[in-house]
Design a protein around this ligand. Structure first.
Ligand code: HEC
Ligand SMILES: [Cu+2]
Length: 408
């Protein structure tokens, strides 16, 4: 409403509402609307142009959905295209007939309007034809839905759990279990230069590695609120709901890295819980599982010895940035009142027992999760040591993995 030239109300406004010339200038209204349009369009074009040079990531913007790399994604894509072309065909026929008759039988050419009210034949035709079209669409769509829901005869099963704000992946047969967080580089880029990261906010610290060509059954649930697991190239998006298990399956055809993200508004860092699936040949997958087990054994071994303060602080900082900074912030100031500061916090600068308890067992009913099940002994010892001796705190005490073991 209201161009810059005139405020709301007033003679010009009244004139526009009535569609009457204002002050004896018959073209003023159209002229103004027209200028408004041109102005707005050129402004929009300018802001679009300003967006374009923003980086290579934007070159990947596409209008259509990706065809993807699984049976399901291709099925969804092909049906989407099939129905799009049907719609185009229907549009051409309907609008063609409409415009043809509007132009061909216009009054200016001497045609008089027909005057009929009811035509049973036409009504049957325009009911039956759409019904037939819908049934024709429903057949392939139903077939695809049945295939999508069939998780039987899977080669392997992984359980995916949404947490605020990270994903946990458990490979039920292969004994692999880890949390996947937003990569620290991406988190840092939030505060510095988003365009410095090629996959800004779409990179993680640990990728989900899956073997190509194998049917993977995915059990999907959540720990706190509803999340949704969504990887476009796999043609999959489903809600992860606390207390329920949803099932999906995938069989990835081609090795590659496929990115996605949480697709259910799940709180403050909803935009910061990406998914990265790396599909690799079976041998590479087996090697990855082996490496994972070796790393786990090494971590278990490392938890048996005493760590130096420097080791604890260095590891503690890494853990703090990936696992704690989302809420308590990188500088330890938190976001009060929702997320308390660690700097000067009564617990992080108070008795050690209470600090261990809060980090290991969390605080039920708040966003502070129980990290005892999410981090191993060394990582817990390191991050607690870090909180007590960095971010403005300076207690001078350190926590060893053995202390955590004793507190479990
Ligand atoms: C999802 C958000 C979130 C994350 C991630 C998180 N916390 Fe917290 N944390 C909280 C909230 C909320 C509280 C306040 C709980 C309460 O009401 O007492 C809290 C409280 C604390 C406190 C007590 C502060 C005080 O003085 O009351 C400590 C210590 C703490 N967290 C450590 C950690 C550590 C260590 C990590 C990472 C391993 C971590 N937190 C990750 C949300 C979070
Ligand atoms: Cu989420």
């Amino acid at each position: 409403m209201g161009g810059k030239q005139s405020g709301p109300g007033g003679a010009a406004e009244a004139g526009r509402r009535e569609g009457q010339p204002v002050n004896g200038e018959p073209m003023a209204l159209d002229d103004r609307l027209c200028r408004g349009w041109v102005h707005r369009a050129s402004r929009a074009a300018a802001s679009l142009a300003a967006l374009l040079p923003l980086g290579a990531a934007h070159a990947a913007w596409e209008l259509n959905m990706p065809r993807g790399v699984t049976l399901i994604s291709r099925e969804a894509y092909d049906q989407h295209m099939l129905m799009l072309w049907w719609c185009v065909g229907i549009g051409v026929v309907v609008f063609g007939a409409m415009f043809y008759s509007m132009i061909r039988h216009r009054r200016a050419a001497g045609h008089a309007a027909a005057n009929f009210h009811h035509n049973t034949f036409a009504e049957i035709v325009w009911t039956v034809i759409p019904v037939i079209i819908l049934v024709l669409m429903a057949i392939p769509a139903t077939r695809a839905l049945i295939v999508m829901e069939d998780t039987s005869e899977a080669d392997m099963t992984i359980k995916v759990t949404g947490h605020q704000w990270k994903w946990r992946y458990e490979y039920l047969e292969d004994g692999v279990d880890f949390f996947s967080n937003l990569a620290p580089e991406s988190r840092e880029a939030i505060y510095t230069d988003a365009y410095s990261r090629e996959h800004y906010l779409l990179e993680v610290d640990k990728e989900v590695v899956l073997p190509v060509g194998q049917k993977v059954r995915i059990l999907l649930t959540a720990d706190d609120v509803i999340h949704a697991w969504w990887v476009p190239a796999l043609g999959m998006k489903k809600d992860a709901i606390p207390g329920f298990i949803n099932e999906l399956w995938t069989r990835i055809d081609a090795p590659g890295v496929y990115r996605g993200q949480c697709a259910e508004l799940c709180g403050k860092d909803h935009g910061y819980m990406p998914i990265v699936v790396r599909a690799v040949p079976s041998e590479e997958y087996a090697a990855w599982v082996g490496e994972h087990h070796a790393a786990q054994a090494e971590a278990a071994q490392a938890a048996l010895r005493d760590w130096t303060p420097d080791e604890l602080m260095a590891r503690g900082e890494e853990i703090y940035i990936t696992a704690c900074a989302a809420c308590h912030q990188q500088n330890g100031q938190g976001l009060p009142p929702a997320f308390p500061a660690i700097t000067g916090s009564p617990i992080a600068t108070g008795p050690l027992d209470a600090h261990l308890d809060r980090v290991m067992n969390g605080k039920p009913g708040t966003a502070m999760a129980a990290f005892a099940e999410q981090l191993n002994d060394s990582d817990l010892a390191a991050v607690i040591t870090f909180q007590r001796n960095a971010l403005g705190n300076d207690l001078g005490d350190i926590v060893q993995p053995a202390d955590i073991r004793a507190a479990r």
